[in-house]
Write a protein that binds this ligand. Structure first.
Ligand SMILES: Cc1cc2nc3c(=O)[nH]c(=O)nc-3n(C[C@H](O)[C@H](O)[C@H](O)COP(=O)(O)OP(=O)(O)OC[C@H]3O[C@@H](n4cnc5c(N)ncnc54)[C@H](O)[C@@H]3O)c2cc1C
Length: 506
């Protein structure tokens, strides 16, 4: 089923305890720092009902219409549809929003793939994850992700400091487990549920640990508190900061002050093997939607930089063209990784279609690690005027307007008002505090850069290069220490293997 925007808004008016700027928020749907993003989330629910968007953003399964972003992927076509749906919604809202559900829900599919591991721990847990994956389709909650604890002193085990620095179980009851701790979560203050699991941290090497716990947290549960960082919306006029006022996704430290998690929401508990599995595979699916956001950010940078270069005639300069080309290379690098990750998709242990893991994770490193350089190039191309241009109010004040009209009009095509709008957009994309926040978001929000590289290390097929060098350098078999290498390029082999299967099927 698909909810309406109104049903979503009603669902988060549940008496939750939210603070921002030291102020208790009585209603997140109307508070000025939350309202723009809540409205976008509501708009996504509503779009899925509208004829113009329905077929792109939803899928009919067993006679019921569901959100495409929450539907499990079984084929390459499913991934093309997901990619198109995300693009469609970002185009409609006119900006980049990440934590709106389609990006985070895939984390549960990774655990669905780990059913063998869960079965070893307790078969009930693997049933729970399956139930939740289908519940997301049937009930359409806004689902977010909770991994990161405050952690405290990393040189100490959790037991050797304030034990609440990492979220842990403090009690078991007939009804469920009681958890205590805190997690950083984007969007939690206005979402319905969070897949909560251990952070990357020293949560214990023993087979059993109270810190090795994963569950679905109903964000309307008693004893939760949401303490938010200040919002970027509502601080300055929208005309001057159009992105901050439209798309800020408020991050929150969520306090779990002895929160009861019913047994049916517990996905794994105590077994560090299950916790390790989920940490290693967490972004197997969700990285796709995350990396896709970088493609749209690249489009925004290219558009802003090229418009600026064209309106001032600078696009005729070769040096400027080279910088624009660098932005295009970044954009197309991400595009190529996403496209190839679909084309060379892989079957998961649970029979789902995973984007090609090596290409997806290398694409994530490309997208996140180069972003700051690309922002720098775009900033350079937009020039210092994104820094020094007066605000809209000065363009409207009768005493200052004539001067600004004069100095900001370039020709008949580019008059002061459009130039101001473009510079305000570029400032909020590249220069404002919101722009800096977005850069950090892309760097960290789906785990930190070292973890991105660790995912590449785990998923790249090292055999091909080793086999090539072993042969080319004439190395003996001794260097293999008993291991056998599979020679060749994995991508090419996968393509031909899939091609052979297709031919056989036909
Ligand atoms: C805007 C924003 C939104 C976020 N949203 C969410 C969210 O929705 N849900 C969620 O769960 N989390 C979220 N996060 C948290 C994010 O996942 C963490 O910031 C990230 O996992 C890093 O943890 P940390 O901040 O505690 O950094 P630290 O663990 O303190 O690490 C800081 C740096 O230390 C170095 N370092 C630390 N450990 C190692 C290591 N083992 N090996 C090598 N280098 C190391 C690295 O340089 C690392 O970048 C968000 C973060 C940001 C900035």
């Amino acid at each position: 089923m698909i909810r309406t925007g109104q049903q979503y808004k009603d669902s988060i008016r549940d008496g939750r305890r939210v603070w921002i700027n030291g102020e208790r928020v009585s209603d997140v749907t109307t508070h000025p720092q939350f309202q723009p993003i809540v409205d976008i989330r509501a708009r996504i629910f509503d779009m899925q009902h509208e004829e113009a968007h329905r077929d792109i953003m939803t899928v009919v399964q067993d006679g019921e219409r569901n959100a495409l972003g929450s539907a499990l992927p079984y084929t390459q076509d499913d991934w093309w549809s997901k990619r198109r749906a995300t693009d469609h919604l970002l185009n409609d809202v006119g900006g980049v929003v990440t934590r709106v559900g389609d990006e985070t829900v895939g984390e549960m599919w990774s655990l669905f793939d780990g059913q063998d591991v869960l079965n070893e721990v307790d078969p009930q847990f693997s049933k729970n994850i399956e139930t939740h994956i289908h519940r997301v389709l049937k009930e359409d909650p806004f689902h977010v992700s909770a991994n990161t604890d405050p952690k405290g002193d990393r040189s100490k085990a959790p037991q050797d400091q304030d034990p609440d620095m990492l979220l842990h179980v403090v009690k078991e009851t007939d009804a469920g487990i009681v958890v205590r701790g805190a997690k950083y979560e984007t969007a939690a203050a206005y979402a319905n549920q969070a897949f909560t699991k251990p952070t990357i941290a020293n949560w214990g090497n023993n087979a059993l640990s109270d810190y090795a716990v994963g569950f679905i947290c109903d964000l309307g549960s008693p004893n939760l508190r949401f303490i938010c960082r200040t919002g970027f919306a509502g601080r300055a006029p929208k005309k001057d900061y159009p992105l901050a006022n439209g798309f800020d996704e408020v991050d929150t430290i969520v306090i779990f002050d002895d929160v009861l998690i019913p047994w049916e929401n517990v996905l794994f508990y105590r077994h560090t093997k299950a916790a390790s599995f989920i940490r290693a595979t967490l972004h197997r699916y969700s990285a796709f939607a995350f990396v896709q956001r970088n493609l749209k950010v690249a489009d925004m940078m290219i558009g802003a930089a090229l418009f600026n270069a064209r309106q001032t005639g600078l696009d005729k300069q070769q040096a400027v063209q080279e910088k624009l080309a660098q932005l295009a290379v970044y954009r197309e690098g991400i595009n190529a990784h996403l496209t190839a990750a679909i084309a060379l998709g892989e079957r998961s242990p649970a029979g789902l279609m995973m984007p090609n893991q090596s290409l997806l994770y290398t694409g994530r490193v490309l997208a996140c690690s180069q972003l700051h350089e690309m922002m720098h190039i775009a900033r350079e191309l937009c020039g210092g005027q994104i820094c020094v241009t007066p605000d809209a109010a000065s363009f409207e004040n009768p005493e200052t307007k004539p001067w600004l009209d004069k100095y900001y009009s370039i020709n008949d095509e580019w008059v002061a008002d459009d130039r101001r709008k473009l510079l305000a957009f570029a400032r909020d994309l590249l220069n404002s505090d919101y722009a800096g926040h977005r850069l950090t978001f892309q760097l960290f929000a789906q785990s930190p850069p070292f973890a991105h590289l660790a995912a590449v290390y785990r998923n790249f097929d090292w055999d091909g290069p080793l086999a090539f060098v072993k042969e080319a350098a004439g190395l003996s078999d001794r260097v293999m220490a008993g291991r056998t290498l599979t020679p060749g390029d994995n991508a090419i082999s996968s393509w031909f293997a899939a091609d052979t299967k297709r031919a056989a099927a036909e």
